[in-house]
Write a protein that binds this ligand. Structure first.
Ligand code: T5A
Length: 207
């Protein structure tokens, strides 16, 4: 059986990741592919429990916070993502390890070497086949998230913090163009969906 493909959506607050992850998973399912849509932090019972801790309490020591994100990710990978991929299921994941690089390393000052060590332990050789970086200026993304009426702890960390997050995602995309594609998330919903489908077709479906 062919292994499933692993697609991650990354980007700052309010970029539209959750909305577009739903649309992408539905589109792939309509094309006849078996699909698991999931999210981080969370995605499995243990990881969802850690999500509650991460989004609810704080502030954390940055290294402790990085470890909590990777502990959740390890649970998620071991119990959900790897078994799905091995069973031929395509996985669409709303945030993954690049978010820890952006938020905890670029945003909160954890050393990159800590990320590297935790990623090696938690992920082994697992890497997304495709990462769609939904790019939007921090101010516009935060305005969308605020307009929705719910805010989490990270959304209150200020524009300078969220500007570093955006730069970090763009740096990942520039460093790994074979894995990543940047999508202009300031466009309307339909235009973003259309752009994402074009990338998925070109990089994964037409090959
Ligand atoms: N985090 C996460 C870390 O610090 N480290 C990590 O390793 C990980 C994995 C998760 C938080 O955890 C942090 C980052 C996060 O702060 P969350 O609630 O899951 O918390 O937060 P987000 O992932 O940022 O989710 P959001 O819901 O805030 O943003 P989304 O998913 O990008 O946006 P979405 O789809 O919910 O849309 C937001 C609003 O904008 C509208 C939607 O309708 C919605 O109202 N919208 C658009 N409006 C106009 N045009 C478009 N193109 C639109 N797209 C969406």
């Amino acid at each position: 059986m062919a292994r499933g493909r692993f697609i991650t959506l990354e980007g700052g607050e309010g970029a539209g990741k959750s909305t577009q992850a739903r649309r992408l998973a539905t589109w792939l399912a309509e094309a006849g592919l078996p699909v698991l849509r999931t999210r981080e932090p969370g995605g499995s019972p243990g990881a969802e429990a850690i999500r509650g801790v991460l989004l609810g309490a704080g502030p954390w020591d940055p290294v402790a916070e990085t470890m909590l994100h990777f502990a959740a990710r390890r649970e998620h990978v071991a119990r959900m993502i790897e078994p799905a991929l091995a069973a031929g299921i395509w996985v669409v994941c709303d945030r993954f390890a690049d978010s820890t690089l952006a938020y905890q390393v670029a945003g909160q000052g954890t050393q990159r070497a800590v990320w590297d060590r935790l990623a090696a332990m938690a992920l082994g050789a697992l890497r997304p086949d495709l990462t769609l970086v939904l790019d939007i200026p921090a101010e516009a993304g935060l305005a969308r998230a605020e307009a929705r009426g719910e805010t989490n702890r990270y959304e209150t960390l200020g524009l300078a913090f969220h500007g570093r997050i955006r730069d970090a995602f763009l740096a990942v995309a520039a460093a790994e163009p074979g894995r990543c594609a940047v999508v202009d998330a300031t466009q309307g919903l339909e235009a973003v969906t259309h752009a994402m489908r074009g990338v998925v077709r070109q990089r994964l479906l037409d090959r």
